[in-house]
Structure formats: C-alpha cells, structure tokens
Design a protein around this ligand. Sequence first.
Ligand SMILES: Cc1ncc(COP(=O)(O)O)c(C=O)c1O
Length: 407
Amino acid sequence: MKVPFSPPRIDEKIIRAVKEALHSGWITTGPRVRRFEQMLTAYGGQKATLCVNSASAGLELMLRWFGVGPGDEVIVPAYTYAATANVVVHCGARPVFVDSGDDFNVTAETVARAITGRTKVIMPVDIAGWPCDYDALNNVVNAEEYVRMFHPETPEQQMLGRILLLSDAAHSIGAVYKGKRTGSLTDISVYSFHAVKNLTTAEGGAVCLNLPPPFDNQSVYKTLSIKALHGQTKDAMTKFEGGNWRYDIVEPGYKYNMTDIQAAMGIAELERYEEDMLVKRKYIFQRYTEAFSACSWARVPPYENSERISSCHAYLLRVSGLSEQSRDVILRLIYINEVAVNVHFVPLPMFTYYKNAGYNIADYPLAYSSYACEISLPVFYDLTDQMIELVIDTVKHAVEKVRSGHA
Ligand SMILES: Cc1ncc(COP(=O)(O)O)c(C=O)c1O
C-alpha cells in the first residue's frame, strides 16, 4: 500500500460543481467568485473578502496597497515557506527574519525586538494551521512605543497610524483563536487554496479585510478589486452587460483575479469544510498524537488547547535530539516503504538567495533546531485508518532504527 502526502479530495461533488461552472457560459471572475467571497466573509467573520489567484498574489497586493517599498522593513518568520518573504522582496523592501517559538510560530516578544523606525508590516504565519498568539501581536502593533516609532509615508499608512498586522494564514482557514476564526483576528489575513491546502481551488487565495476605523472595508475591497485587475474600473462581466463596454485604467494594476471555475471548487469545499474536512483532519491528528505520545523521543505538535484550535493543516512531528543528517536518513527509510513524508520548512536563511542576501541561519537557532528534527506526516481527507496505522508503524520503525544505530 502506497501512502501519498496530501492529494486533494476530488469527488463527484467537486466534479459536478466544476462542470456546472464550465457549462454556465462564464468561466472567469463572475458570480461564483462573488458568492465564494460572501461565504468566506460569513465563515471567517471578517468585514470583506477578495478572492485572488494565490496567497502569494494576495500578500503582495496588500503590501503594495499599504505602500511598502524600498527602505521599508517587513518582519517575517525565518521558519516559513518562501512566499512569505519573497513578496516582500518583490516590493523592494527588506524582510527582517525572526526566530520561531517552541510551537513553530513567531512570538510577540521576538517580533517586538525586531521593530525599527523602518518597520511597516508584521507578517506572522500560522504554521501548519496553529494560530499565533494574536492578542499579544495586536498588543505589539498598538503599543504606544511602536506607534511612536512608525513613520507613515502613504495615505493608507497615515490612516492606520501604526504597523500593519498582515497575517499569512495560508495554512489556517478555520483555525480558531479565543473563539474567533482566522480572517477576523488581524487587520488583514490571507488564505491559500493551493492544491495541497485544506480547502483547495487548485490554485487560489483570499484576502480577508478586517481593517479598523476609519477604514471602510467595503471601499478598500473595491480599490483592491481594481488593483487586482490591471487598474480597470470594470471587471469583464460588468463590461459584457448590456453594451457597458467603456472603462478606464486608473493605475497600472496586477492580474490577480480568481476564476469562476476555481470558485466553483471553493464553494463546494467550503460548504462541507467545517463538518467534514476539519473533522477528518482533526481525527488524523488525534490518531498520530495518541500513537506518538507513547514514544519518549517524539515531540507532537499542538492542535487544540483552551484558547486555540488548529486547522490541522500539516502534522509536524519532531524527534528529540536528532541531527539534520539522521533525520534525512529516517526520511529515506520511510520513503523506501512507500510512505510519503516531507519537511516543513527549511528555514529561509538556509536558501541560496537569502544566504547571499546576508542572512545567517546561526541567528535563528530555534528555527534551525525545529527544522533539523522535523518530519511532516501525511494528512488528507481520504487517508484511511489502515494508512494511518502504516504511517505510524513506518515512522516508528525508521526512527527507532536510526536511534539505535542500526540504519
Ligand atoms: C506559509 C505559506 N505562505 C504562503 C504560501 C503561498 O501560497 P500560494 O501557493 O497560494 O501562493 C504558502 C504556500 O504553500 C505557504 O505555505
């Protein structure tokens, strides 16, 4: 039996939804995208939602909307996927990496220490679906000390009057912090609907707007929909309606819009996300945690406590005392048994581009130590009990073999 890592759930419901979109006569941004946005707003509890064609596009769109550019700094975790920092580089700003805490996420303390007069945005990431401590992070951006240090340079920055808290919620749709879902916990958060994510549209993302007064989130939504479509004042559907062809280009915008085919998948998934997908993912997490908690070497990831509930996106198992080389041997042993595992994440300062840009992994010891002993286990809707047992046995066997020096 082969166990893949995280194939998407493509069943009759999804195929029917996509077929209906294909036959509807409208396949780019249209009524399905608008409906998906409304459903996402109701689900996350944010004030407005803009669907885009990836989380990367959504994050970059928001940095550009806030006017982040050369000379600015954006605080990001060292322990994340490259998209989080790459979009900062695209804007000409400097990513300032911070080390991770014990739960893989950044802490408010390390973030606060990294703030300078050039900091414009803090981008925390809910690694593997586990929400960050958002009360603490919101307290940091609102603290008088950091408000005083903030130098607004654009109308948006002036209106906010402080550092923007833009969470990379690529992994965490449906995760809960103190009774609220991601989407409504920070000024802005961005989901990913990439093929391996909990809720997928093949590629896609959504920007959740939750800006405080005096921002009008509906009017920010309108500004963003124009910015995400070449600065065009009317989308394709509006232009097609009754000879309504004339439009203006008010800025050199981007091409970040989601299609109705993607939204059709998203709607079908979101309709059953909470009661079906999240329940299954939590079950898988429980099974892994029950099994590995009995092993002295295992550090199981958090997924639920009195304040937080994970979206159970990825199961990041750590093996105490393991070197990076031994972890890689374990990965090979697991692969030989046709169980697909992975590593989330290689800290960004270890990659060539960021190394050449002057970052040094020695400055992020916790990110490195989490990475070196980490193995991500398969989590996906169609994972069967038999497969779960096989993953557990294979991982235990491989780890014990290496720990006992028999590999
Ligand atoms: C933490 C994180 N941020 C952002 C992204 C980018 O998402 P997308 O592929 O939708 O652009 C990913 C994708 O894996 C991610 O893991």
